[in-house]
Design a protein around this ligand. Sequence first.
Ligand code: SAM
Length: 293
Amino acid sequence: MIAYRRKSEMNNKSLKNVEKFWDKKLFGGHFIKAPYLSETFFEEYRQFRFQKEHHLNWLIDWQSAKGKDILEIGLGIGTDATRWAKYSKSFTGIDLTHEAARVTKLHLRYLGYNGQILKANAEELPFSNGRFDIVYSHGVLHHTPSIEKAFRQVHRVLKSNGLFILMLYTKDSFNYWIRIQFYFRLRFLFEMYRLRKGFEISEPWISHLINYHKTGWQYFSWNVWPHHCTDGPDCEIANIYHKSEIVQLLKDSGFMIKKMRKAHFPTNFLSQKIESILAKYVGFFMFVSAVKN
Ligand SMILES: C[S@@+](CC[C@H](N)C(=O)[O-])C[C@H]1O[C@@H](n2cnc3c(N)ncnc32)[C@H](O)[C@@H]1O
């Protein structure tokens, strides 16, 4: 009982930290020059997102929402929400932070789409059983302290044969092995060396260094370092999974996997076509469609 209470207190503390991190850093907004939350800001962000994440244009069948009740978990700026809301019978979106919920409401309002947007936690969804046809969650559930809890909640709120579409970071990728575990590690050591020699260093290396001083060598360990190398040095939870781990987690929560496909290999010098081919084999994003058993 005491061990259970301790675990749940730790979970609440981590969840508070996750909320604090994302409340400060609304995902992606810093890429856009237009005034924050102006109509142009949202327009530019939609363009930017669907160009950078070009796979979203063909990997996700937005029109399959027609006549369906959709739930999106983890909204960011609400760009994907605008696509679901455009086609669905009803759209509901939740996010752990006030800011993402506020911004998504505004985004939908600018485009004249309806939706119920709430601040809520994926691990305790405030909906009745069997309420939704599709639950969609892109780049979110690897940030929550207990993905198992979140998966069980998704299973509960889906109708029978309902579809769970999600994207999680995958270890079976160039980004994990070459960029994060190899290049970023060496680069960090190099930046520390430069600092010792009296050179100035810039972000994100300054924040990495501060975190390293707070945490010690553990910060640099095999399992901890990757958390801080995806969504920024101060991100505490960014789990990266092997394909087999994702399969097991979904099976354990009562899902049957229909499709898995890797995507996301952004470069500034390759065509989208070549990027897509590389992404299929070594991309960082694992898209999964799974059906509630
Ligand atoms: C990387 S952003 C992704 C946003 C959006 N889906 C996208 O792809 O741009 C992660 C989002 O997940 C939200 N989030 C993290 N943990 C959550 C949880 N347990 N419940 C609900 N939202 C959560 C964060 O607040 C943040 O807005």
